[in-house]
Ligand binder design. Structure first.
Ligand SMILES: CC(C)(COP(=O)(O)OP(=O)(O)OC[C@H]1O[C@@H](n2cnc3c(N)ncnc32)[C@H](O)[C@@H]1OP(=O)(O)O)[C@@H](O)C(=O)NCCC(=O)NCCS
Length: 206
């Protein structure tokens, strides 16, 4: 079980460290956990894609449409990414989680810990009503992280993956279920007050 994780918005030097994690590998090249197969790119296109993605997320953030990735820091080292994304969040109050870790950091409980952290952020700070996620049929680790966090299966969809039809399991965790499952995880969130309006959340939650 991992000890204590930090999820934070990265500086550009953090992104340089993150790119090294990407270069070292995220998954077996025989498999593809992502619908957009960004990890198939060769260097230096791979590094450029990673940086452009982060800069795009920063520059295109609006209350109606945002993709909010955090770097995951374990014992002072950047080990991966935990993201939360939403469309029309002020109305729908639903956000989708996505994540990856460098191969060297997988299988040690970090995936579950960072998911619990982002889910707490969504419900406690953003007053979300539900969080969703998805995992391909052949991605057992991702499925297990969703189930262990309390998400429930919510049907399947087909996506084009590396030019082929692939089935994905959808997952949902409602606010009601999350509050019933409350664990004793200690999660501290800093800096939210200054940016509530960026999410269309002008007033402090009661
Ligand atoms: C998915 C990912 C973030 C999970 O993080 P992680 O730190 O490896 O996950 P954890 O160690 O916290 O938990 C993994 C769980 O899956 C289980 N698991 C792992 N591989 C498995 C397999 N092949 N079959 C069944 N269960 C498996 C583990 O036993 C563990 O379950 P537990 O609740 O019984 O302990 C990580 O593996 C990863 O980055 N994978 C590549 C990218 C990716 O798939 N991203 C998600 C796209 S949807």
């Amino acid at each position: 079980m991992a000890t204590s994780l930090e999820l934070r918005k990265p500086t550009d030097p953090d992104l340089a460290e993150l790119v090294d994690v990407v270069r070292a590998g995220i998954h077996d090249p025989q498999t593809m956990p992502f619908t957009t197969a960004w990890t198939d790119a060769e260097s230096p296109e791979l590094e450029r894609r990673v940086l452009k993605y982060w800069w795009r997320c920063r520059s295109e953030f609006t209350p109606q449409q945002w993709d909010l990735p955090f770097v995951v820091v374990s014992e002072g080292t950047i080990v991966g990414v935990q993201s939360l994304a939403a469309s029309n969040f002020p109305t729908l109050r639903t956000a989708e989680t996505g994540s990856w870790l460098g191969l060297d950091h997988q299988g040690a409980g970090i995936g579950k810990e960072m998911r619990r952290a982002i889910v707490s952020f969504a419900f406690e700070c953003l007053d979300a009503l539900a969080v969703t996620s998805a995992a391909y049929m052949d991605n057992r680790a991702s499925q297990q992280v969703s189930l262990a966090t309390g998400y429930e299966p919510n049907g399947t969809v087909f996506e084009e993956r590396r030019g082929e039809r692939a089935e994905q399991i959808r997952y949902i965790l409602t606010r009601q279920r999350w509050s019933e499952l409350q664990t004793n995880a200690e999660i501290h969130i800093e800096g939210m007050e200054a940016c509530r309006d960026m999410f269309g959340l002008a007033n402090p939650l009661g």
